[in-house]
Design a protein around this ligand. Structure first.
Ligand code: CP
Length: 341
């Protein structure tokens, strides 16, 4: 029998078996309860962790920092503006240096190859806090949030992602959802489908888990009967602002608004978003999209975002509990948090 403890590194969603994924969610739920009851045990005392971030972040960085602090560890935030990473020093050399100093490394960057190189050379656990291809710590929080908001087990639930499905969030949702046996649907224009290898791999995973994978531009087929709708920003980090001009007409039909909620036929449907979201004019980009394109909110309407359908802030909080679980399962292997690991 393989261990319920996940591998030391978390680079992409399929690094975990279904049993390890379920165990990881169980650990996160346990840690969340410990914290809520004021009885959190500190399991990272004496551990130092590097947060190597090439891209901006609010939730992922904050979740790692708060999780480490609450668990009694210490972390250093390192970005390209204040270090040599990616500019005058290779990932390989950076990995070796950080591995000599730290017990673990969380990485956020562009090329997925970079997080793989870090894991190869650092000699300590490496956790992917987002690359262009995968966002596995986000998917863990997504699954925990869906589990908390549903009366049924995950394998009896359907989630539908709408929008630009070439992004890391959609890839990770597709893969993790398939792994745990969910009915995962993607509604997107043909031009914005996930890469074929990712769809095919998710299909193979679903065939063994009892899950289901559907990628289509037929919105009604995808949303009908869904328990959860999910969307993400239409133009991702690193893409030029000009991309909005071609993306808006392509994606406007996939916006989650009250009409889309109605189209599910499920009055109890919940709405997920990894955040940040463009749902009003109260951010610089939201204001620019309104003045430039007449778009008042983009991928999700403000009334849905603020409605009881929306569980996006529970989802954001769950980044903390799931990231804490990832680090503890990697670094605390001799003292499993749940029985049976
Ligand atoms: N969802 C997410 O990764 O948020 P941040 O970019 O703020 O970390």
């Amino acid at each position: 029998m393989t261990s319920l403890l996940p591998p030391r590194h978390l680079l992409e969603d399929s690094d975990l078996t279904r049993e390890q994924l379920e165990h990881q969610l169980g650990v996160a739920a346990h840690l969340k309860t410990e914290r809520a009851n004021g009885v959190e045990q500190q399991r990272l005392i004496g551990k130092t962790i590097a947060l190597l971030f090439e891209k901006p972040s609010t939730r992922t960085r904050a979740a790692f920092e708060v999780a480490i602090d609450e668990q009694g560890g210490h972390c250093t935030y390192i970005d390209p503006a204040s270090s040599h990473v990616g500019v005058t020093e290779s990932i390989e050399d950076t990995a070796i240096v950080l591995g000599r100093l730290y017990d673990g490394i969380a990485f956020r960057g562009y090329a997925h190859n970079d997080v793989e190189a870090l894991a190869r050379f650092a000699g300590v656990p490496v956790w992917n806090g987002l690359t262009d291809r995968w966002h596995p710590t986000q998917a863990l929080a997504d699954l925990l949030t869906m589990r908390e908001h549903a009366a049924k087990p995950l394998e009896q639930l359907a989630v539908c992602f709408l929008g630009d499905a070439r992004d890391n969030v959609a890839n990770s949702l597709l893969t993790s959802g398939a792994l745990i046996g969910m009915d995962v649907r993607i509604a997107c224009p043909d031009a914005l489908r996930p890469e074929d290898d990712i769809i095919h791999a998710a299909g193979r995973i679903a065939a063994t888990s009892g899950g289901r994978v559907l990628v289509t531009d037929d919105i009604d087929q995808a949303v009908t009967g869904a328990d959860f709708l999910y969307t993400d920003v239409w133009v991702s980090m690193g893409e030029p602002r000009e991309a909005w001009a071609e993306r808006i007409p392509l994606l406007r039909p996939y916006r989650i608004d009250q009409a889309m909620v109605q189209r599910t036929g499920n009055p109890a449907v919940k709405v997920l978003h990894c955040l940040p979201a463009i749902h009003d004019q109260n951010s610089q980009l939201g204001h620019e999209l309104f003045t430039g394109y007449g778009l008042d909110g983009a991928e999700v309407s403000d009334d849905v975002f603020r409605s009881p359908h929306s569980i996006v802030f529970d989802q954001a909080e769950n980044r903390l509990h799931t990231i804490k679980a990832v680090m503890l399962c990697s670094l605390n292997r001799s003292q499993p948090i749940l029985d049976g690991a």
